[in-house]
Design a protein around this ligand. Structure first.
Ligand code: GSH
Length: 211
């Protein structure tokens, strides 16, 4: 069977989507409309009981969580060089960066987009929305510094971390997220990833326009 990626347009699943296209994988896309709460339908909960995208259905089972899907893509299509296969230290660095994006950067955005996940009430939502832009700026200071070492997040080789960072750099450009103008390397990195044919292919498949 072909792998099936369950995605929502412009959601964090875009990172796994771009990586699969970069890998040259032969896969199918299935749309999950978050605005229609399709992620909580019984059919989708059978795919991913967490009710989130992405989910990648493979012949060995369902994979969820972007860092896991990205590590799988890098290792399952090693010839495309999307990760430092055979170098445990370098692969751990890729996983460390992706875990940071997942557990810190994504969560700071979620405090803005979906505060109700974390606490009830308007006061709590307001407090999270006020705090998170500062947290995001602090995280992007670290990312900006890391990009001093090369064109891509891990230096000279493009890897699965690059589309993952691209996704969050896109979100960071939205109003009220922090101060993206302070991070020129992040911006240039986003534009480099944006220009790649795989990114353009994935954006077109998700019917997304702009940066
Ligand atoms: N840690 C998960 C996060 C997945 C996640 O939160 N996905 C969001 C879209 S960016 C989602 O499905 N939200 C739907 C909901 O919260 O109901 C990952 O990296 O895959």
């Amino acid at each position: 069977m072909k792998p099936i990626l369950f995605y929502a347009p412009g959601a964090c699943s875009l990172a796994s989507h771009i990586a699969l296209v970069e890998a040259g994988a032969d896969f199918e896309l299935r749309l999950v409309r978050l605005a229609k709460a399709e992620q909580r339908t019984p059919d989708y909960l059978q795919v991913n009981p967490k009710g989130r995208v992405p989910a990648l259905v493979t012949e060995r089972g369902v994979l969820t969580e972007n860092p896991a899907i990205l590590a799988y893509v890098a290792q399952n299509w090693p010839e495309t060089g999307l990760g430092p296969i055979g170098d445990p230290w370098a692969m751990a660095e890729v996983n460390a960066f992706n875990s940071f994006l997942c557990s810190s950067v994504h969560v700071a955005f979620a405090h803005i987009f979906r505060p109700g996940r974390y606490a009830d009430g308007d006061a709590a939502a307001r407090a999270m929305r006020e705090k998170s832009p500062q947290s995001l700026d602090d995280f992007f200071v670290l990312i900006e510094a890391k990009l001093e070492a090369g064109l891509w997040i891990h230096g000279d080789s493009f890897s699965v971390s690059d589309p993952y960072l691209y996704l969050f750099s896109r979100w960071f450009q939205r109003d009220g997220m922090g101060h993206p103008e302070r991070f020129p390397r992040v911006r240039a990195h986003m534009e480099r990833v944006h220009a790649r044919p795989a990114t353009q292919n994935a954006l077109a498949a998700e019917a997304l326009t702009g940066n």
